[in-house]
Design a protein around this ligand. Sequence first.
Ligand code: ADQ
Length: 472
Amino acid sequence: MARVFIISNRVAVPKAGLQPGGLEVALKATLKKHTCVWLGWSGELSDLPRTQTFTAGRNSYVVTDLGAEDFEEYYNGFANRVLWPIFHYRLDLAEFSRRDLSGYLRVNNQFAEELTKRLRPDDVVWVHDYHLIPLAKALRERGVRNRIGFFLHIPLPPPEILAAMPNHDTLIPALGDYDLVGFQTDGDAANFARYLARELGTPAHMSMRLGDGERAMRIGTFPVGIETAEFHRMAGRSVRTQLVQQVLKSIPGALMIGVDRLDYSKGIPARLEAYERFLSAHPELHDKITYLQITPKSRSQIKEYSEMAESVNALAGRINGTYSSVTWAPVRYVNRPYSRTALAGLYRAAKVGLVTPMRDGMNLVAKEFVAAQDEEDPGVLILSRFAGAASEFGSALLVNPYDPDAVGGAIARAMMMPLDERRRRHADLYAALLRNDIADWGDKFLVALGAGSDKPRAIDALQDFVPPAGIA
Ligand code: ADQ
């Protein structure tokens, strides 16, 4: 059986006592079922970059250091100051420089070198996320003929936005060097098809041919899920722990929860403003609700992130300053990460889950909140229509995060929602989770890519996919 090479920016090397990261949870079944080699950045910076290999069972983990300049240009620079904002529809925040672009290409080439040394002809390669878009191109240039797939965890914006990226005409077509390009939602896949039609004149039927003419690059939709039953069980246990019980004892009314990395895509300032509108419109609900926002800092070397940390602090302070009483503070803003177990218990204890990103590839917090609930007395999920999860979660209270009055209104509605409606909505949402459990995610992608067979298999998601009107 062929080995599966997984390539991502960071690698979750198994070490006793460490919490598994999001990608490791998503790839758990793949790592169990196949012989995998996971390759990426070690997280270390050094002048003389080393590459180290660790093994765990039949899998191995190859991690390579980056130079300080690589880290600044590839990671902080092109990946997080250009691709992240533009792919989240924030052209206004993009800071393009040719130097960062060349650092991005240099690191992609470095990964391609490491990979080329190790690949055997029947190995399958699965590349993850926006840090590594040109990796297949770099591999093809080195003569690699293996099957290579790519999955984008974040959204892909419409061509009108993508085309504003200075090097879009080389970077986006480089996806044509993959055999399969996977997205979180049909909307993202449609944006890619529209880009190809508009910029390259490619007919937008679903097995378009790009690249060297021998391979067909195909597009598929593979929404990321979670380990639903396991998360549900963990939440049931964790809600009884001292930590969760202490939180519940320390607040006078119901708990509303938000859990996000501190990132402008997650919409935390707009969410606080919406909560402020709710408090001002509903004095009768004061001290019946406490909003707990758990937000560890991320990417703090980037200016927008440190500025946002200050503005969120100021907003939370303003709300507490305006509305607190001696027995109640409306917002609890916590700046550190919690374990998956603790989060599961807190989700279950909450009456309302507030997940309102301005734009998000999927958003696993929304899925975890639903999985954690007690089906007899479930909490209500308020979800941004601009999260990928909204395409599976029509029974959540879907909101426009740009409309603070509407989000404030949804909080009031969630607080007053009768039990039978909460149960009905939760049953729909939980059924959607079970239809798309993470255990099958890796398999669906690898089968579509053709791992372990001579030919790639048909992709269900593609057959269902109807290109939007107006594409030639
Ligand atoms: P992220 O932007 O990191 O991921 P998300 O999917 O919400 O976003 O979260 C990933 C994981 O991090 C979740 O399991 C969550 O529990 C955990 N997490 C978030 N905040 C936390 C906190 N405060 N403390 C502890 N843990 C926390 C990217 C894309 C998403 C896409 C995922 C997976 O941006 O759109 O859903 O990849 O493909």
